[in-house]
Design a protein around this ligand. Structure first.
Ligand SMILES: [Zn+2]
Length: 133
């Protein structure tokens, strides 16, 4: 497990991890499980080192666009890729995307939320790749 993966695991468990100088500060909403305590103990020096590193700059728009193009999702017509609802006469799904890459089918009103989720996924993935050793 990389320090970045350990940090992500802790944060997904609702545990706040920060530094006070070079001391690791761990705050949990409830007593952590034995596995979490072991994870913290085994990764403490690496977590401190990771948190002491300057944050990498956020990915550029070009990086985000390239990631979105490289991780294009195609969906079947008749079902919205965002809300997963089947098309009805009152709520049509329409194709988005280029002819060469294929289409993602969405309700027009779902497009902005779908795209926001895709951008967030791209940024999170690109940032995680940058902090992973
Ligand atoms: Zn929808």
């Amino acid at each position: 497990m990389t320090p970045a993966t350990a940090l992500q695991t802790l944060r997904e468990a609702g545990i706040s991890v920060s530094l006070d100088g070079a001391d690791l500060i761990v705050k949990a909403p409830a007593p952590p499980s034995a596995e979490i305590v072991t994870l913290i103990r085994q990764n403490k020096p690496a977590l401190v080192e990771l948190l002491l590193r300057p944050s990498p700059p956020p990915p550029s728009e070009a990086d985000i666009t390239r990631w979105l193009d490289d991780h294009h999702t195609l969906t079947a017509p008749n079902r919205c890729a965002h809300c997963r609802q089947v098309e009805t006469p009152a709520a049509m799904v329409v194709p988005f995307g280029g002819r060469s890459a294929g289409h993602v089918w969405l309700h027009p009103e779902c497009w902005s939320a779908w795209m926001a989720n895709r951008r967030a996924e791209a940024i999170a993935t690109l940032m995680n790749e940058r902090i992973a050793p």
